[in-house]
Write a protein that binds this ligand. Structure first.
Ligand code: ZN
Length: 242
């Protein structure tokens, strides 16, 4: 059975305290409130970007429709010019033909007015969408600004905790200087097995490592053993300091 001096066990209890603090600090890093906030803002940003992209597609589609109408107007204007050229060019003299040219020019004009109205309609359609996009882009910029701030706060918070972990680690290092390696390794391996506790006090019948009560017979047996014999908790395996 392994043995350790009561002094060494007292030091290990302090080491355990440091290790518990380090674990708590690491947990705190994981649970920093900024992480959740950043996550939510990032989701919000994604949503905004998607909405903007949908709105932009609408504008794009309307622009294409507008361009199609404008091309049509250009074609009509071209044809109108051509017909006017014939009407006033002097080459056509037959009344019927001249009347048909006039009628054609008239109907082209009507068609042009109709399409120009449609162009205005499309442009009017785009106006509110473009305003919405501007509004969404403003929201996006604000969110991005908040994200930068939060990320900075998070990094600073992590940095602070890491500094305190470094501090605790160096305190731990100082503590263990006089402790034999064998005892230290034993403690570390017990601690890594349970996840956090390698050594704990036995208070009355209770192991402070797992908070479970030991059988009275076992406690009696332990109390009778020489002080330097290492005893482990039956439940969690940690070294018991009695
Ligand atoms: Zn225990």
């Amino acid at each position: 059975m392994a043995s350790a001096t009561p002094e060494n066990l007292q030091i290990l209890l302090q080491v355990q305290e440091k290790d518990t603090q380090i674990l708590a600090a690491l947990h705190k890093i994981k649970e920093l409130a900024e992480r959740k906030e950043i996550n939510e803002i990032q989701k919000e940003l994604e949503k905004l970007k998607e909405t903007i992209s949908t709105k932009e597609s609408e504008v794009h589609e309307n622009n294409r429709t507008q361009k199609k109408f404008e091309d049509e107007v250009a074609t009509i204007e071209e044809r109108t010019e051509k017909q006017k050229g014939k009407l006033f060019g002097g080459e056509v003299v037959a009344i019927k033909e001249l009347q048909s040219l006039e009628a054609d020019i008239e109907s082209l004009k009507e068609r042009q007015i109709l399409i120009e109205d449609q162009i205005i309609e499309v442009m009017e359609l785009n106006e509110p969408i473009q305003n919405e996009i501007l509004d969404l882009e403003e929201q996006l910029a604000r969110h991005e600004e908040t994200l930068v701030k939060l990320t900075k706060t998070l990094q600073e918070a992590i940095q602070n905790i890491e500094t305190s972990i470094d501090q605790i680690t160096s305190e731990k290092k100082n503590l263990v200087e006089g402790v034999p390696n064998e005892i230290l390794e034993g403690y570390e391996s017990l601690r890594s097995r349970s996840g956090h506790v390698g050594i704990a006090k036995l208070v009355n019948r209770t192991c402070n490592g797992c908070n479970l009560d030991l059988p009275a017979v076992e406690v009696d047996r332990i109390k009778k053993l020489p002080e330097d014999i290492i005893i482990n908790c039956e439940e969690c395996g940690c070294i018991l300091v009695r």
